[in-house]
Ligand binder design. Structure first.
Ligand code: CAO
Length: 397
């Protein structure tokens, strides 16, 4: 039997009047439990409010720009009564709204509330934990500005300067993405002990193969750039060195080793940096990855990516190779423990078998969290990555 249920704004600690920055569903949409319904933004975190159960959206009561607090009606959803709630032990109640024809059923009964998934990093992904998410949200929001690990830093205030004393100026507000990612980049930069390991990979042969593939697939509208090869090669290196596919747990005393391979790719958009995540890269071929890469970067630039597309990453690649540069120091995308920066490949003389030969060399800059990864392991990782990239046969093994 179908039943109409309210989905209410859950308890998110002390935060009140939280702005809605994205509404992902509309009336008529069929949604699955845990699918994101909307994104909220506090001054400390963004969070997705997922559906507490499967159902069909009957009406949406909030819109972008609204400010909502605990208990506010988010939407009405039609669900089958046989449905098992997806969230365990809900801390708040939502009152099912019965069809008017059945007034006897109007007594409120306990039903699962939405449980938000916090993305404390606008630049990055967050755990998609379910039962524990409510506790996690409160803990995240209760943290002092700057987040755990960075909160205790005492630094002197930036000087306040009246620049107009020195010449003509114009003041422009930062984009929402820049404001969010800026806070998280700052936190990650000051709270993670970064080291950047630089290396070069000989991609002479890879480039010949890539061009051949490129010609073949351009007819299908698929652009094969070095990034598709890098995605594959990085996963092979992560399989060889599993610490690169880990996160520190909340206590900072345990490593969580992931058995899945979701890779984030930094995409430059007119409004700032976004990091959509390609799922299960280990299970996909390069052509498929190139296709998905084209699709997600286009969506990121057109602002069509849901917040969930930026969650769950294990490792990030930031490629500036299409633009230029020889090396840079990318900032780790916490809670990941490493990020690979890629600069522009160029032909260099390489001493081989007694003579200098022209080879196409790709600069790699691997930043890693020194709490988790030692310098020697990082060099092993970049050397191995270079080996894989220099021998394309390894990519298809
Ligand atoms: N060396 C030499 N050439 C490279 C290269 C490299 N490392 N990487 C890409 N190229 C070439 C490509 O082959 C392509 O050449 P053609 O047009 O002749 O085929 C050209 O550069 C442009 O590539 P692209 O940028 O369109 O595609 P991509 O797959 O390399 O990158 C994307 C996709 C979305 C990652 C990229 O467009 C982007 O946004 N990069 C910026 C990421 C960023 O800002 N990072 C900084 C984070 S820290 O602030």
């Amino acid at each position: 039997m179908a039943e109409i249920k309210q989905v209410l704004m859950p308890d998110i600690g002390d935060s009140k009047d939280v702005p809605v920055i994205e509404v992902m569903v509309k009336a008529g949409d069929t949604v699955k439990a845990e699918q994101s319904l909307l994104t909220l933004e506090t001054d400390k975190a963004t969070m997705d409010v997922p559906a507490p159960f499967d159902g069909v959206v009957k009406s949406v009561s909030v819109k972008v720009g609204d400010k909502i607090s605990e208990g506010a009606l988010i939407l009405l959803m039609e669900t089958s009564t046989a449905e098992t709630p997806a969230v365990v032990s809900p801390p708040t109640t939502s009152a099912p709204v019965k069809e008017a024809a059945n007034p006897a059923a109007a007594t409120p009964v306990t039903a699962p509330a939405a449980t938000p998934i916090v993305t404390p990093t606008g630049f990055q992904s967050s755990p998609t934990g379910k039962a524990h998410a409510q506790i996690f949200v409160k803990a995240a929001l209760a943290q002092p500005q700057g987040g755990s690990g960075g909160g205790g830093l005492q630094v002197s205030a930036m000087p306040v300067v009246d620049f107009s004393r020195y010449g003509v100026i114009e003041t422009k507000q930062l984009s929402r993405i820049k404001k969010l990612s800026g806070a998280n980049l700052h936190r990650n930069w000051v709270s993670i002990p970064h080291i950047t390991q630089h290396d070069e990979a000989d991609i002479t042969e890879m480039e010949v193969f890539r061009k051949e593939l490129g010609e073949e697939y351009s007819k299908q509208g698929i652009k094969i750039t070095p990034l598709a090869f890098l995605l594959k090669a990085v996963v092979i290196a992560m399989q060889q060195y599993p610490n690169f596919n880990s996160s520190l747990d909340a206590s900072g005393e345990n490593l969580v080793l992931k058995k899945y391979f979701h890779i984030g790719v930094a995409v430059d958009t007119p409004d700032g940096l976004m990091v959509p995540v390609l799922r299960d890269v280990d299970q996909k071929g390069m052509v498929q990855l190139a296709k998905e890469l084209g699709e997600i970067s286009a969506k990121a630039r057109e602002k069509k990516l849901p917040a969930t597309a930026m969650q769950g990453g294990c490792f990030t690649i930031s490629s500036l190779g299409g633009i230029g540069g020889t090396a840079f120091t990318p900032i780790i995308n916490a809670p990941e423990v490493a990020i690979l920066g890629v600069s522009k490949a160029s032909i260099k003389p390489v001493f081989k078998e007694g003579e200098f030969v022209p080879r196409l060399m790709l600069p790699l800059s691997l930043s890693y969290d020194h709490r988790v990864i030692d310098g020697a392991e990082a060099v092993h990782f970049t050397s191995y990555l270079g080996k894989v990239l220099s021998d394309v046969r390894r990519l298809v093994l």
